[in-house]
Structure formats: structure tokens, C-alpha cells
Write a protein that binds this ligand. Structure first.
Ligand code: NBG
Length: 785
């Protein structure tokens, strides 16, 4: 391996070891590791062809990959070999691993789920391709200025990306605009403009290196690189315009996971990667089969949310317009190949496009959507559910109609889907909606990110759990083994010390690793209610002030997460948390008991540091709003106890870990509507709770931003009046449950026992289990291993 690394450095990168920098060494190590992926990668592809295996295509606008080197080393079983080789070369492997930038081609849970699923498909030997966009700039980089979020462009591709292979030979022309004409009774679309989608492949290696799949990301290029006419006339900017316009499509990830904005570009991005992917899927299919009607037997295409929903009409266009299948046959064939995952019930996040816009950009698709509506009405006569209505094309409806299965991501979410957004469709198509509760890959989210705990588990029950997480159940009896509990606590303590160092280093706040580490890490959103958390922190701080000699349980309240740049209220929540943190962290009276740390630029790598160090996991969304959550699973798996509402997958986590090992509070999804209907529910809740009233009043009086107390008015006045997410109504229940958390934490042994039981009973939340469910219930695919 040492020779290999040196060879890569010299011949692959052209660097003299005498002058190599950290970056060069990281590239050399990565290329040496990557080389070991080639054999299983080629073998998996060959086997898929040789045995005519059915393939899964996972279409996702987002893949939140994070770093790849450490993951690859672990999955290939190379940690010892690489460590030794690095030592021999005088290199620090950890330093090399940390030098890799995060590939942050996603906003949050949806994108990270896609990456977990790719890894599980490789670990299970499910022949699969991920398809997405190779964004030049991933999710923005977050910093704080005077407590406010600042966004800067992210630039992961400024350095060479070690894991990708450019495939200029695999490219597709994707059209936009233009006209539809009828020739010989057949519709033909002549786009006005075309861009080239060019492929970049990254192998995804599974556990124990036995199988590898491909993530194929598309970059956009212009058909003609330069307008030479303009150039020769001296108009250099004009000459570069075609290139700039085309490249825009794969330039920036949309920094928003809830509101469709910048409509036209977003629709272009969606069609761009969907069309290229379907072109590629049919091209591959045709190298093996002639009859397109057997497509559904060989191909399963999963739409990750509605972003690739245009796949429905695009596939119909390819089958009908281009390949001559009858329209009805084309629709049936497309439907049998497609399935759709819904990830949110938030009305503003359900995409829809104005017909005029779709007609302008994708005129043939708009026509086909009308035909699909007709077809649907013919099959379900007399019902008034349509994809096109009120001048808009509903992408949720389109996805539903064009999918043979539609799934939700937790039991509660799936149930609510049937009762709300897809109520009418569900009545027309009973059985089409199924549930697949989310899962997370145990390789990254336990084995790799928490070596202390992984080692302890393996010493107790062997290492089979890494490939079969439900084996963690074998830990259950160890919860009553004092030796095991002592070791478990020691591992947690070491992880907390590591995080404490990072916090001191990064934001200059000194924290005590013996304190309870209370963690809320996720996108900032009103429904996730980070403001409920900080309000209760304020109340707690006030209570300590009232009685500074009280027997308080020391706590550090951690926050991390980004707000969409256009989401004003979410950014105010960030501002408020930072303002409160500044005051509390400078307060000598409360210092022994309370600190607040908002860590900037939350990403996969920061999650890998925070999750193993958490004692308490905050999952406090308004019931009915969080489709599933996946951070909740990672935290429970790493031995954090949850304080949470009965929302999303919290319900299933609580069921499995046991309600006695879970802190539940708050309105349930059933109660939320009724509560919202109570006139002045917020004012009533504030009147009833002196602590809540006092906390809000402190904000209003400028306790946290004396120079500009009015700044938080929009936030507090919303809380006092509309309070759509019922922060005030849930406050007292939350505060009381936090006191119960404190009491439980005092009993260190009892707490650790509950933490260990959370780990032991979280095995079901593996993405391997979830992928097996998709394979059996939706894709009809058998694992190759
Ligand atoms: C998110 C939900 C989460 C869920 C992830 C993955 C979107 C649109 N939805 O609750 O908010 O865990 O999807 O399913 O990002």
C-alpha cells in the first residue's frame, strides 16, 4: 500500500514526494484506495449483465454525501493497512481524512437519505444506479456575523474530486422550449435550445467490498462552447453567454428544501437530470433487450420526491413519440416502471408549476400531461382529480398517477398522506400507497463515526451487527452488566471531550464534558421548533438566576443547522439563539449550569462529530409536520435519549426503544388541528404559563440584544398571535419533560442504562432494512448476494 500511494503521487498526480502537500497526499491515498474498488465494481456490473438482473434507478435531485475516503477505507476493510502505510510515509491518516471537503449536494434529510440508500443498495448487492446533478456549488457555507447567518458559496470542486470518473462519452442532448408539430399523425417536439448532459461516475462501495454500484451525476455543457461571431467582433462577454447559460443548470444547488423559488431554473434542473437519466436508462436497456414493453421487468425507477416527477411524461414521450408504443401502452409501461417517495406534507413544499411556464419550457410534456389526465379520467370516470388544475401542474398528483407505488417515510406520515394530500387519490387507488420507514446506514452512522462505541459493541456481541444491525438486540442484556455500563459511559465521555475541544476551538466557548449534551441538529424551520428549545433555555436561565444555589443539572444546549437564505423567520431564530447564547455564556451566575453553543456550518462531517457525543436528542417538531426524521435515528443509535413529540419516526423509535427510555411530550397529530382552532390559543397558553410569558417578555425587553430590542419583534409577535406551529401550546409540557430529563440525568448509571438500551433497540432503523422493504414491496428486485 505504501508503494501504491507513492506511485499514485508520482505517476497519477505528477508530484515529487519531496514537495507534496497535504492535498497531494490525500489525493494519492484516495486514488490508492479507489483502485481497490475497481474489481468489485466491474464484477458487479458484469454480473448484472450476465445474469440479466433487474436494476434499480434512484433519481434524486440531492445526494448529501459528505466525505468519502474514510467510508471507503472502512467498507473495504482497509483501516489497518492504510494506517500502517501512512505511518510508514510519515503521514497522519486522520489529518488526511479531515482534509477532504464534504460533498454537500443536498439540503438535509432527503439528500442524506439518498446517500444512505445508495450505500445500503451496494451493501446488499442490489444492482442500482443513483442519478442526480453534479452541482459545482453545493449547499452554501454558513457563518455568523453578529449572530446572523451569512451565506457564502461552497466550492468543493475547486480541488479535483478524487472519487469521480468523467465520462464525456456518455452524454445526452436535453432540449427546452420550441414547438410541437404533427408529422404523419405523430407528434414531434423540436426544442429551441439544447444543452449537453455529461456524465460523471462515482463508485459506491458496499460493506466488506463485495459489491459496488454507481452514482452518475450530470454536468451541463453548452452545445457550442463559444459564439465565435461575437468573439470576433470583440464582444467577449456575449461570446461566452451560451456557455454561461448552459452551465447555470448544474452550477448551484437550490438552498431551499421547502419553497419552490426561482421557478424556471429549478424546472430546468429537474428536467435536465431526469431526461438525461431516462435517456441513459433506455440506452442501457436496449443494449440487452429489444422489446420496450418488458421495461418494467428489468427496470425500477424510484422518484425521490417530486423533483424528478417529469420522468412520467418524459418516459411516455420516449416510449410513445420516439419509440412508437401506443399511448395507453406507453403510459402503462411507464407507470409499471416508476414509483414515488413522498417526503413532506407541508403544502408549500409540494411542487407545482404554472402551465404557462411548463408550456414554454416543455411544450410536449404539457400536452402529454393532458393526455395522462384524460387517460386517468377514462379509467376512473366521474372523479374529479386532475394533475392540471387552476392553471397549475401539480407534481405530487403527476407523481401519484404515474407511479405504481407511492410511499411515505414513516408509519404516521404514510397514514397522514392517505388522510390528507392524497386522500382522493388513495380512494381511487387503494393499495398504491405503502410505507417504508426511513433508515440510516450503520456503517457511517455508527461503525465509522463512533469507533469507541463500535469497538465496545463488537467486544460484547461480535462484529456481525455492522452488516446486520438488528443483531444489536444482543446488547439488551448488557444494559444490566455494570462493567458494560461503565465502559459505555466512558466511551460517551471521550466523545464529549472531543466535541468540547472542537467547540472551544471553533467558537471559543468553554464547556464541561460532564454536563448533559443536549443536541438539536437539523435544518432551521418553524415546524422543527428550534424556538421552542431556545425559549425554554431562556426560562431555565431565568430559573437558575432566581436560585443560583439550587441543585441544577449542568447542561450544554447545542444547536446546528442552516436556514434557507430567503426564509426570514428561520434566520431570525438563528439570530435569537446566537443572541441568547452570547448573554448566557457570559453570565458568571449561571455558568456552572448552562451554556448554549450554536455551531456554524452544519454538515455531514459535523454531524459525525456531534452525534456520538450527544446525551439528549431534541426531536420537538409540531406533531404531523416532520415526515420522518433520520437524525432522530442516528442519535438514538449512538446512545442519546430522545425528548420528542409523537411525530414522524419518533413514534416508531419510542415503540422500539420503550416508552420508559424516551421522553415524550406535546400535542399529538390528532390534537393539533383542534388546538389551532381554539381562538387565541397562543395568548391563552401564555396567560396560563408564567415562565413562558416571562421568557418572551425578556426577549421583548431587549435582554439579549439591548442595542436593538425590536429586532425580534416579528418573531415574538408571531408567537403571541398566530403561532401556527403551536410553540406556546406545547411549552409547558416541554418544560416539564425537560425537568424529568434533568432528574433522570442525575442518576448516571440509570441514564447510561437507558442510553445503552436505545442503542440495543435501534437496529431496525438501518437503511438495509428499509432497502429490503423497497426491494420486496416496490421494486420487485432480488439481492444479488
Ligand atoms: C424530509 C423530511 C424529513 C425526512 C426526510 C427524508 C424533505 C422534503 N423532507 O422528515 O422533512 O426524514 O425528508 O425522508 O426534505
Amino acid at each position: 500500500m505504501r508503494t501504491e500511494i507513492l506511485e499514485q503521487l508520482e505517476y497519477g498526480l505528477g508530484k515529487d514526494p519531496a514537495h507534496a502537500q497535504l492535498y497531494d497526499w490525500r489525493m494519492a491515498v484516495s486514488l490508492a484506495v479507489r483502485k481497490r474498488i475497481m474489481a468489485p465494481w466491474f464484477a458487479a456490473t458484469r454480473r448484472t449483465y450476465d445474469e440479466g438482473l433487474k436494476r434499480v434507478y434512484y433519481l434524486s435531485m440531492e445526494f448529501l454525501i459528505g466525505r468519502s475516503l474514510e467510508d471507503a477505507i472502512m467498507n473495504l476493510g482497509l483501516p489497518e493497512v492504510i494506517r500502517e502505510a501512512c505511518e510508514g510515509l510519515g503521514l497522519d491518516l486522520r489529518q488526511i481524512e479531515l482534509d477532504e471537503p464534504d460533498a454537500a449536494l443536498g439540503n438535509g434529510g432527503l439528500g442524506r437519505l439518498a446517500s444512505c440508500y445508495l450505500e445500503s443498495m451496494s451493501s446488499l448487492g442490489c444492482p442500482a444506479h443513483g442519478y442526480g446533478i453534479r452541482f459545482e456549488h453545493g449547499l452554501f457555507r454558513q457563518s455568523f456575523h453578529e449572530g446572523r447567518q451569512i451565506e457564502d458559496p461552497e466550492d468543493w470542486l475547486i480541488q479535483r474530486h478524487a472519487w469521480e470518473f468523467e465520462r464525456p462519452e456518455a452524454s445526452f442532448h436535453v432540449g427546452f422550449g420550441g414547438e410541437v408539430s404533427v408529422r404523419d399523425g405523430k407528434a414531434a417536439w423540436t426544442p429551441e435550445e439544447r444543452v449537453i448532459a455529461s456524465a460523471y461516475d462515482t463508485p459506491v462501495i458496499g460493506w466488506q467490498g463485495r459489491w459496488a454500484n454507481t452514482l452518475r451525476l450530470w454536468g451541463a455543457l453548452p452545445e457550442s462552447l463559444l459564439d465565435l461571431g461575437s468573439f470576433n467582433k470583440g464582444d467577449f462577454v456575449g461570446a461566452a453567454r451560451p456557455e454561461a447559460l448552459a452551465r447555470t443548470i448544474s452550477r448551484v444547488l437550490y438552498p431551499d428544501d421547502t419553497t419552490p423559488e426561482g421557478k424556471a431554473l429549478r424546472l430546468r434542473q429537474e428536467y435536465f437530470f431526469t431526461a438525461a437519466s431516462l435517456g441513459d436508462i433506455l440506452r442501457r436497456f436496449r443494449t440487452e433487450y429489444d422489446d420496450l414493453r418488458i421495461l418494467p421487468q428489468k427496470v425500477a425507477i424510484q422518484l425521490n420526491d417530486t423533483h424528478p416527477a417529469i420522468a412520467g411524461p418524459e418516459l411516455v414521450r420516449l416510449l410513445h413519440d420516439v419509440n412508437g408504443l401506443e399511448l395507453d401502452e406507453a403510459i402503462e409501461c411507464a407507470r409499471a416502471s416508476l414509483s414515488y417517495t413522498n417526503h413532506t406534507l407541508m403544502p408549500e413544499a409540494l411542487e407545482s408549476w404554472p402551465e404557462w411556464l411548463m408550456g414554454q419550457l416543455l411544450p410536449r410534456h404539457l400536452q402529454l400531461i393532458e393526455r395522462i389526465d384524460d387517460w386517468h379520467a377514462r379509467h376512473k370516470p366521474g372523479r374529479k382529480v386532475a394533475i392540471r388544475s387552476h392553471g397549475e401542474v401539480g407534481m405530487g398528483a403527476l407523481s401519484f398517477v404515474m407511479a405504481h407505488k407511492v410511499n411515505g417515510v414513516s408509519a404516521l406520515h404514510t397514514d397522514l398522506m392517505k388522510k390528507t394530500v392524497f386522500k382522493d387519490f388513495n380512494r381511487l387507488h387503494p393499495g398504491r400507497i405503502v410505507n417504508q420507514t426511513n433508515g440510516v446506514t450503520p456503517r457511517r452512522w455508527l461503525n465509522t463515526c463512533n469507533p469507541g462505541l463500535s469497538g465496545l459493541i463488537t467486544r460484547a456481541i461480535g462484529d456481525g451487527w455492522v452488516g446486520d444491525l438488528e443483531k444489536l438486540a444482543g446488547l439488551d442484556p448488557f444494559a444490566d452488566d455494570p462493567g458494560f455500563i461503565t465502559d459505555f459511559a466512558a466511551v460517551k465521555r471521550a466523545n464529549k471531550e472531543a466535541l468540547a475541544c472542537y467547540v472551544k476551538d471553533r467558537i471559543g466557548v468553554a464547556i464541561d464534558p460532564a454536563a448533559m449534551f443536549d443536541v438539536q441538529i437539523k435544518r432551521i424551520h418553524e415546524y422543527k421548533r428550534q424556538h421552542l428549545n431556545i425559549l425554554q433555555a431562556i426560562a431555565h436561565w431565568q430559573a437558575i438566576h432566581d436560585n443560583p444555589n439550587g441543585d441544577w443539572v449542568p447542561r450544554v444546549r447545542f444547536f446546528a443547522g442552516k436556514a434557507a437564505p430567503g426564509y426570514v423567520l428561520a434566520k431570525e431564530i438563528i439570530h435569537l439563539i446566537n443572541a441568547v447564547a452570547e448573554v448566557i455564556n457570559a453570565d458568571p451566575v449561571t455558568a456552572p449550569f448552562l451554556k448554549v453553543a450554536f455551531l456554524p456550518n452544519y454538515n455531514v462531517s459535523l454531524a459525525e462529530l456531534m452525534i456520538p457525543a450527544a446525551d439528549l436528542s431534541e426531536q420537538i417538531s409540531t406533531a404531523g409536520k416532520e415526515a420522518s426524521g433520520t437524525g432522530n435515528m442516528k442519535l438514538a443509535l449512538n446512545g442519546a435519549l430522545t425528548i420528542g413529540t409523537l411525530d414522524g419516526a419518533n413514534v416508531e423509535i419510542r415503540e422500539r426503544v420503550g416508552e420508559e427510555n424516551f421522553f415524550t411530550f406535546g400535542l399529538t397529530a390528532d390534537m393539533v388541528e383542534a388546538r389551532r382552532a381554539v381562538p387565541d390559543h397562543a395568548a391563552e397558553a401564555i396567560r396560563a404559563s408564567a415562565t413562558l410569558g416571562r421568557a418572551i417578555a425578556a426577549i421583548d425587553k431587549g435582554a439579549f440584544l439591548s442595542r436593538a430590542p425590536h429586532i425580534f419583534r416579528p418573531l415574538t409577535s408571531d408567537l403571541k398571535s398566530r403561532d401556527y406551529f403551536l410553540v406556546c401550546s406545547d411549552f409547558d409540557g416541554y418544560a416539564a419533560t425537560q425537568r424529568a430529563v434533568d432528574e433522570a440525568f442525575r442518576e448516571a448509571k440509570g441514564w447510561t442504562r437507558m442510553a445503552a438500551l436505545n442503542t440495543a433497540r435501534s437496529g431496525w432503523f438501518s437503511s438495509d432494512r428499509a432497502i429490503r422493504g423497497y426491494m420486496a414491496d416496490i421494486w420487485n428486485v432480488k439481492p444479488a448476494m
